[in-house]
Ligand binder design. Sequence first.
Ligand SMILES: Cc1cc2nc3c(=O)[nH]c(=O)nc-3n(C[C@H](O)[C@H](O)[C@H](O)COP(=O)(O)OP(=O)(O)OC[C@H]3O[C@@H](n4cnc5c(N)ncnc54)[C@H](O)[C@@H]3O)c2cc1C
Length: 404
Amino acid sequence: MTDRARPTRGNPGGSQTVLVLGAGYAGIMTANGVRAALRPDEAASVRVVLVAPGAQFVERVRLHQLIAGSVGGVTRALDDLLHPEVEVVDGYATRIDPDAREVEVDRSTVLGYSVLVYAVGSGARPAAVDPHARVVACAEDSALARQDLAGLAPGRAVVVVGAGMTGVETASEVAQARPDLQVTLVSAGVLLPGSPARARGRVERTIRELGVALRTSATVVAVGRDAVTLADGTVVPAHLCLWAGPLTTPELAASSGLPVDGRGRLLVDGALRTLGHPDIVGAGDAVSLPDVVGGHLRPSCASALALGRRAQDTVLALVRHEPVVARPVGYLVQCLSLGRAGGYVQLVKPDDTPLPLALHGRPAALVKEQITRMAVAAVERERRRPGSYVVPPGPRPQRARAGA
Ligand SMILES: Cc1cc2nc3c(=O)[nH]c(=O)nc-3n(C[C@H](O)[C@H](O)[C@H](O)COP(=O)(O)OP(=O)(O)OC[C@H]3O[C@@H](n4cnc5c(N)ncnc54)[C@H](O)[C@@H]3O)c2cc1C
């Protein structure tokens, strides 16, 4: 527990506690916006408490840069970002008891809540991934991968598994930073599934120019110390294996008996309230909305910011005993970095389907870098100007892609 936190259990004297789990984009957006929006009379009786492992913010969209060494670090002290009156508890939430309205932290401390915000993201290490592989989306693994990569002698081989956006960004970043290594991007499917053919063609050209070898329709079935094995028996040298498969959400909701989808994401309604537990509000990668309002959403920083902003409104309505409002969120762009000098920025409709306009090359790299910076600036700004983040409007409900 940090010196910003006071122990909390129950809600004495009619006071309320908004307890936020997770100091990522969604969690900080919610905590800052709620605390800063409280009127002085409310602030006297409503506490906002944030549970954050390491009491720090991890800029996850730069983890591939951390691995490649193109950025010195990806953590920020919470004091730089948080409203000064948000209390911080350093630890992992290990269990939620929705009946008692309590959360256990690090299997010891128990915190009470009036409203809980579930924003634990998607940085969990998948249990099924071989221990020899480093999982890019997992901050702890990325830090280890950075050391592994730095220790590789020229000519050694790196295999990146998964050719979605994270895998492509990682392979590009590593290939540019270490042109003396052999970098191979291996995927069971195609490059960038879901992207238009022209985007795939452009990206493939760029990553090949960076020296990345591409193997699609190739499923990795085993990861060893020096090689990965494909389903057809081919052995591909890999002195470092970087795993960029689908993002994995923590098991906290499921293990606490809360309703989850097949990927362990908390099931929430259009106003982000948990099904059957309306005092638990969810935001970011760790939640799943009904298809009719959220079928188009992809795990992303863009979604986390937008849902965090919407969660502010729902939490404030619950604290004030006012009706909650469901307002869908949408998209403007998809951004991909391809090393430090290249990228691909695709303009999209609110439902994330591509528009004909896209940027590539250095202009795209500059836009991507600006958007990455703006994401952190946006969560910080909420502590001074609550509600200032403008959420792109969502698609009309009947046009949302069901089951996406
Ligand atoms: C290499 C890489 C590149 C990416 N690039 C992009 C990009 O260009 N654009 C984009 O939109 N998205 C990108 N993403 C995805 C993006 O990072 C995530 O979608 C985004 O971080 C989700 O935000 P979040 O707030 O939901 O969760 P997170 O940012 O994951 O934050 C969740 C927080 O909760 C904490 N937590 C976890 N479990 C607990 C617990 N039990 N108790 C308390 N706290 C807990 C975690 O430590 C973490 O700090 C990228 C991801 C990676 C890995």
